[in-house]
Design a protein around this ligand. Sequence first.
Ligand code: OAD
Length: 226
Amino acid sequence: MKKLVALTGAGISAESGIPTFRDAGGLWEGHKVEDVATPEGWHKNRELVLDFYNQRRKKALEVKPNHGHEVLVDLEKYFDVTIITQNVDDLHERAGSSKVIHLHGSLFESRSTLDESLVYPIKGWELKLGDKCEKGSQLRPNIVWFGEAVPMIEGAARYAADADIFVVIGTSMQVYPAAGLIDFVSSNVPKYLVDPNTTALHIHNLQIIKDKASTGMERLKELILK
Ligand code: OAD
């Protein structure tokens, strides 16, 4: 089976009702990125950061995967599909995709602030001040914040380098190292970009499907199964 690798961003969850980061009305609205998504923000006000992700988690539990997620599941009939997502929601898994790499962590996991190898599932929607790891330190969301290392990037880069087809869906490609993954893909490999607001990316062998994820992914499926 040919290997299809999909890099997804906030745009694939937009039609499920989760706002993207950088579109108007995006998620950072009302919050400065540095207050809620950096280690400095965490040290300044842990309660604010916990609450910010609690609200995101609550929202993620309320919504459902959309047709864009579903097409990626369907493509597993024809390809060996690996999804590399920047999203911290679990909509790919809930849609039924079997191989998902979460570059930026997961809303549904907490981790120790003392020992980063201690990761726990979060039951329900709330992580509170006073919730502690087995070594007695405060738990934080298991999310990669700005200024932190992205441990999953090495494995993701190997998948990108090995891809026979590479698809980018709903990401502004502004955040590194995720945006750099496309540079690992061989130049002869066909690449597709599904996004309604995309600006020209100067990449060899790239076909742009200027459409939202639900209908754009249908068009993509037709193109690659032709
Ligand atoms: P952005 O908000 O930067 O980009 C969202 C992209 O989705 C834009 O290119 C939109 O045009 C597109 N889009 C909007 N509606 C869409 C739809 N219905 N279908 C398809 N595409 C649509 O989000 P990301 O690129 O995912 O990091 O942001 C990357 C990272 O920045 C996030 O993972 C997060 C943030 O800071 C961390 O939290 C570490």
